[in-house]
Every structure is written in C-alpha cells, then in structure tokens.
Ligand binder design. Sequence first.
Ligand SMILES: [Zn+2]
Length: 298
Amino acid sequence: MDTHPLDYAVHVSDPLPISVTEPLPNGEDRTFQPIATTLVHGERDAVLIDPPFTTDQIEETAAWVAASGKNITAVIATHGHGDHWFGADEFAKRFDAPVVATAGTTAVMRGNVEARPFAWDKLWPGQIPDTSATAVTVPFNTLTLEGHDLRLVEVGHTDTEQTSVLHVPDLGLVAAGDALYNGAHMYIGESAGGGLDAWREAISTVEALAPRYIVAGHKNKDLDDHATRIIAETRRYLDDAEAALKECSSATEFFHTMLERHPHLPYGRTLLWVGAKALYALREPGADPVTATVGAWF
Ligand SMILES: [Zn+2]
C-alpha cells in the first residue's frame, strides 16, 4: 500500500514575562524563552509534540492545531519540564487523543506537578491549567502515523533527567525537546556533576539518527531547523559553558562571560541566569539540589 508522505509544521509561542520583578544582572527584565510545538502530519492524521503551558499559549496553539484540519492521534511529551506539557491534558481533551511519553519522562512529569506550588505557579500565578501527568507509554516507544513509524528515542539526561526525542525516519526529522536548543541560551541548572557529559552523549545519540531537520524545544522562530548547524551550535554552547564554569568564581561572572561569548543569542538569558544561580549554589557545602534549582528562579 502506498503511504502519503509526512510533513511537519512548527508553532513557536512567544517569550512570556515572569512574575519576578528583580531584573537580570545586565539590567534586563526577566522573560521565559520561546517554546516550539511541532505537528507531524500525514494526509488526515497528525501527532502534536510538546504543547505549551499557559492558558493564553494553549488557546493560541490550539487554534493553530485546529486550523490544520488534521485529526490528532497523540499528544507527545518529550521530557518532563512543565513548559512543554502542562497544556497536554487540555489538548488531549480538545482533540480527543492520548498523552504519550516514555515511562522515565512520566516520572519526571510527576515531579514537575509536585513542584508546581513552589515554582511554576509562583512564576505564572493563575495562568497554568490543572494537570495530572497521566501520560501513557506505547509498546517499544513507537507510534504509527498513516503507516509511518515514529519513535520516542530515550536520550537520558539533557536539561533534565530521563528525556527523549521523537524520531520520524521518513521525514529525516527529530523533534528534540530540550536535547538541543536553537538560538537560545541553554538551561544547565540540572547539570551539576557529570551532567554536561551526559548531555553530550545525548546529542551524539541524536546525531546517530542522521536527521536533516531538528526542531528544538526552545527555538528562535526566525531560524531554520538544519540539523548539522543546530548540533554544532549546541555542542559549542556546552563547551563554552563548561569552560566558563571553570574560569568564573560566581554566578554573576559566569552570566556576563556567557553573554560576551554569545552576544547574538536573543533568548534564554533568564534561563542562563537561573541555571548559573543553581550551579553556583550547589558549590556551597551541604547544598540541596531541589532547593538550589527551585530557589534559583526567585
Ligand atoms: Zn524547556
């Protein structure tokens, strides 16, 4: 049987203000980075990957999905950070589709729900809908879309634990969640210890899939999805971060050093600052990882 070729489309939710009013060390207001949501579609059916999380973003993205006219067969979360799936239940309800994730990601999703009152709901009070983190797994982490296989590939630690990417071999596409970034500073706050090396391994796992296109979960919407450029730039950023972590004795110095090395990255400076604060807090004797990562936002 001939199958209709697949294609994909991306919707980028614009950066959001954050309730914390204290500016960044360079005097800028705090904003969250843009969030990319991907629709992989055939002739009739589609899967939706990494939907956004605030009520306004959900409305805007749901209208974009509805305008596609496709029948949504799954809402997929690549990793557990709430910004990429707190809206998933809402999309599941509206488009009558299950929320799908790996077992590892589902465990991290539960942790993010538990952290909501101390973190997410304080940063965006009243703006995030109720969520349950009741994603289902699929056999062999593989879904089928009009006869084409889509595979959730587990890549381990990236900007959080137990992450995955969605590989669409027939499209040469990887919807990468936060395993790769495209035109934004990266969140390294959960990468103390060997985290950056684990992250590099994850990038090599993605590279081995030989994708032509990568949709990064945080992308500058003016940039393309060319895989080789995105892989090279993400690796370089991690190398620069590692070098700066060795050279700099404070979070503030690290922040300014990374801004100097990446003057053309318009997004993610708040994430850079939050990640730096967490990692430098963890250098203090007896520091607790959860307190350090949550506290870094405030
Ligand atoms: Zn993210």
